[in-house]
Design a protein. Structure first.
Length: 183
């Protein structure tokens, strides 16, 4: 073989090898920059990680693999969303105000402590929460609810018209108790 051919071939092989190593070095620096941007928010870390790989090349990449965050920001965000969804599902479960055990929405009384949870509407029969004074399904006011906008005369007339109420106080024997005059 010709020594000039061999030296030319070696020179070309060294050139390709050098170009490959430079391309590999640049590719590792660019990959490190993109990877750290997906894994960390700090701009200083965005600069330091590729600089570390640029200075140390392959050993720098190995150190970066050891030190980099295990999950990307997107994976962290997805995990946070899943955790929040689980917590919301746990919080949405109804609990008894008396014993704090889980109850179902259609229960009227807690089976564990017998606390009254809901009351049925007197008109449509659907369940209402205890503090509600009007049925949200049919609009019927709950018995004993104060009527807005009424005058005292209307209230007294309503009481007198109601035959279920006695007109005078009654004692246990069923006889009317005489009223005392006002002083």
């Amino acid at each position: 073989m010709d020594p000039t051919f061999l030296s030319g071939f070696t020179l070309i092989l060294a050139g390709f090898t050098g170009a490959f190593l430079v391309a590999l070095w640049v590719a590792l620096v660019v990959w490190t920059y993109r990877d750290i941007r997906a894994r960390h928010r700090d701009r200083l870390v965005h600069f330091l990680a590729p600089a570390f790989v640029a200075l140390l090349n392959l050993p720098g990449v190995l150190v970066y693999f050891v030190l980099r965050p295990s999950r990307t920001l997107e994976e962290e965000y997805q995990q946070t969303l899943e955790e929040e969804a689980l917590l919301q599902a746990i919080e949405d479960q109804s609990v008894c105000p008396g014993c704090e055990r889980h109850i179902k929405d259609e229960w009227v009384v807690c089976p564990a402590c017998q606390t009254k949870l809901r009351k049925p509407c007197h008109s449509c029969g659907r369940l209402m929460d205890l503090p509600w004074n009007i049925c949200p399904y049919c609009g019927t006011p709950a018995p004993g609810m104060r009527k807005e906008g009424g005058t005292m005369d209307e209230v007294i007339r309503g009481l007198q018209a109601d035959e279920s109420l006695p007109s005078a106080p009654v004692n246990l024997s069923g006889t009317k108790v005489p009223r005392r005059p006002l002083r």
